[in-house]
Ligand binder design. Structure first.
Ligand SMILES: [Zn+2]
Length: 384
């Protein structure tokens, strides 16, 4: 989902982006509004007015989706859990919350925040439509009512009790609260998601076959997506739990080959070729880690400047490269950044000196070993 997303900016420090499929949603909604919904009670307004109001309404709906996700993210952050980014896509929005809530109460509040925002927005739009009815053109009040009802339907749909919907997370939090068993709660909410997926797909099939209504295909698609997502959430849970117990110190490469920051590109080439690596941590003269340099960065230095360009000047420095302590949980690193092979490296720093490095291969290896039931703790003794 992240490959075809374009950034829209930051809100309260949280990155917001949109997948190209949002454009399809926008176009479908604007078309539905301009050709079917708005003409219902606005015979007098010309098509160009309908289209202008339709496009504006579709945009406002997108902002409502963003508000829903933002409320999840802000409540998570209120409880000092990291909120990475919000992506809008074909089926709405997704807030990336890499850290698991520590208590059922926190889980419940984070899950409920989005639907509550949608309900409030829905009520607000309906109230505005009612207030505006005597003063504004009918086309505007119809658009406001549509925004109200759509946000309401969004809230109700999201509260259906199955993962990956918000209602599934609410159910999970409640079962967790009652039984004290988080894994069991996750399985219950996953089963809810599976049943919901079957119900949606069955309803879609009935709509398609009995009524000949093509929108049934859409429901079958959503059902299929929900079912797959519910299975992933349940099967990934034990692995995620194990990974959250792993520390960087257990998976990092100790004593990595370092690139001296005071070396020129030309002076470093021999060492770089010998090391059989593509990315190097760069250290200053006193051993302080200062950044990361890759072979691909070296290729971008023109040949006639290699003898005069120092590694310290071209290396990627924080926050461009991730710096973390050896005790950092692996899930935090995995949730924080997408590491590119041959480009990125996590600098594991302790007391100002380089304790090790972790690249995408180290992290992938840790995940694979964990999935195989092996704890990749070859240096457990180093964990403080
Ligand atoms: Zn939500």
């Amino acid at each position: 989902m992240t490959h075809a997303t374009f950034p829209l900016g930051r809100i309260a420090g949280i990155r917001v982006g949109a997948h190209w499929s949002v454009l399809i949603v926008m176009a479908l909604l604007a078309d539905l509004l301009a050709t079917i919904v708005l003409p219902l009670g606005a015979h007098a307004s010309p098509p160009v007015v309908n289209w202008a109001v339709a496009v504006a309404s579709a945009l406002i709906f997108l902002v409502s989706l963003l508000a829903h996700e933002l409320c999840h993210a802000l409540v998570a952050r209120h409880y000092e859990l990291r909120a990475e980014r919000i992506t809008l896509w074909l089926l709405g929005g997704a807030a990336e919350l890499p850290e698991e809530p520590p208590t059922p109460r926190t889980a419940l509040l984070i899950a409920a925040a989005g639907p509550i925002a949608s309900l409030l927005l829905g009520g607000g739009f309906l109230g505005a439509a009612w207030l505006a009815a005597p003063m504004l053109p009918a086309v505007v009040t119809i658009a406001l009512s549509w925004l109200g009802w759509t946000n309401g339907v969004l809230a109700v749909f999201n509260l259906l009790p199955g993962l990956p919907l918000d209602g599934g997370r609410v159910l999970e939090a409640l079962v967790w609260r009652v039984t004290g068993d988080k894994a069991r709660a996750r399985r219950t909410a996953g089963t809810g998601g599976g049943l919901l997926a079957i119900a949606l797909a069955a309803f879609g099939a009935w709509e398609l076959l009995a009524l000949g209504n093509l929108s049934g295909l859409w429901l079958i698609g959503i059902g299929w997506f929900l079912g797959a997502a519910a299975r992933t959430e349940v099967s990934a849970a034990p692995l995620r739990h194990l990974l959250s117990q792993l520390r960087l110190a257990e998976v990092m490469t100790n004593d990595p080959v370092t690139a001296p920051g005071w070396y020129t590109v030309h002076g470093f080439l021999g060492q770089a070729a010998h090391a059989r690596l593509r990315v190097f941590p760069v250290v200053s003269f006193d051993g302080t880690p200062i950044g990361v340099v890759s072979l691909s960065a070296l290729t971008r230095v023109p040949e006639n400047e290699r003898a005069s360009t120092r590694l310290a000047d071209i290396c990627v420095k924080p926050p461009g490269c991730l710096v973390a302590g050896p005790g950092t949980p692996l899930t935090e690193v995995l949730g924080h950044a997408r590491l590119r092979p041959g480009q990125d490296l996590v600098l594991v720093v302790e007391n100002g000196t380089l304790a090790g490095v972790a690249g995408p291969d180290d992290l992938a290896r840790a995940i694979e070993l964990t999935a195989l039931g092996i704890r990749p703790g070859h240096d457990v003794g180093n964990v403080k």
